[in-house]
Ligand binder design. Structure first.
Ligand SMILES: [Mg+2]
Length: 319
């Protein structure tokens, strides 16, 4: 890509790159590499996700929404670890340097970056089919990150928000509803649960963000923790829009829809009052939906996963 186009792109992202000591950025964009300082006594957490147009989001999605979504799904991984966001890098592959597209993309990305307190510290642009790769860096007090492998028999299983609403939003988007419509909002504008993830440090024994689907992601906790997870269908927080679909469809979207970016976590029953208090303080719905037992795998009595699999745009195999 010619230098002029790179400079053009850099202009749109300049404001997202505060080179300030309070962000731990000794040297930001402009050199061969950034120089970053991790606060003393903290662990560094790193995660990366690529979003490809037509694979991870519909090609019709607005550039502002794409910018938001590309950062949100990465921040969600930091939320699931209880981490505070620090820095991110951006690799952008574009068919052309369309100024209107870039301005809207940078606005969607920038609004979320600023509200999350994360600074852009480097990037790269290439020409090709639309694809966005973001690597996020976060920090937690040493040894306190939430992991997938700490669930123990006797723990409760919890989930935030209304899993399934995102898959319903995608269904509406694919049926032609515009992405500004509130009916699509949960899919188009996922909200990483950063504050709640940090509140769970010291309370949760294991955590994951729901990207593949609630049942599959609970299964990842079960597998990594060496135990079983039982979800109770009657405890699932079915949103009104879901309940109207009928029980079978609603259960399928809630348990297997994916792209929710809610937090699914385990905690001992003694932590329940603190979990409830944290959820109330942040105004985030959070429900106890099952428990951890001896054995392996995650299941929900009364629901059988379809053998054909569920079609959605997420389907990331992030780790
Ligand atoms: Mg994840």
């Amino acid at each position: 890509m010619p230098l002029s186009e790179f400079q053009l792109i850099a202009r749109y992202f300049e404001s997202l790159a505060p080179a300030s000591p309070e962000h731990g950025v000794v040297l930001g964009i402009g050199d061969d590499a950034a120089i970053l300082q991790l606060p003393p006594g903290e662990d560094l957490l790193v995660s990366i996700d690529t979003l490809v147009s037509g694979v991870h989001f519909p090609p019709t999605l607005s550039p502002r929404a794409i910018g938001h979504r590309a950062l949100a799904v990465n921040l969600s991984d930091l939320a699931a670890m209880g981490a505070r966001p620090l820095w991110f890098t951006l690799a952008l592959t574009l068919p052309d340097a369309n100024e209107a597209w870039l301005a809207a993309f940078a606005e969607g990305l920038g609004t979320l970056a600023r509200s999350s307190g994360i600074a852009l510290v480097g990037g790269d642009t290439t020409r090709g089919p639309l694809s966005i790769t973001i690597q996020v860096h976060g920090a937690v007090a040493r040894g306190t990150a939430l992991r997938r492998d700490g669930a123990r028999p006797g723990d409760d299983l919890w989930v935030t928000g209304r899993p399934g609403l995102s898959a319903l939003g995608l269904r509406r988007l694919q049926a032609g509803v515009p992405d500004e419509d509130p009916a699509c909002a949960v899919f188009v504008w996922p909200e990483p649960r950063l504050a709640f993830g940090r509140a769970l440090v010291g309370l949760a024994t294991a955590a994951i963000d729901v990207s593949d689907g609630l049942l599959a992601d609970a299964g990842h906790i079960a597998e990594r923790s060496g135990c079983a997870i039982e979800i109770e269908a009657t405890r699932l927080p079915l949103a009104e829009g879901l309940a109207a679909l009928g029980r079978e469809d609603a259960l399928a979207l809630c348990l297997a829809g994916g792209d929710d970016y809610e937090l699914c976590f385990t905690a001992p029953p003694s932590a329940a009052p603190s979990v409830d208090a944290a959820a109330a303080r942040l105004g985030l719905p959070c429900r106890r939906i099952g428990r951890v037992t001896e054995g392996h795998g995650a299941r929900c009595a009364g629901y059988s996963p379809p053998t054909t699999g569920f079609q959605h745009f997420g389907g990331s195999t992030d780790a």
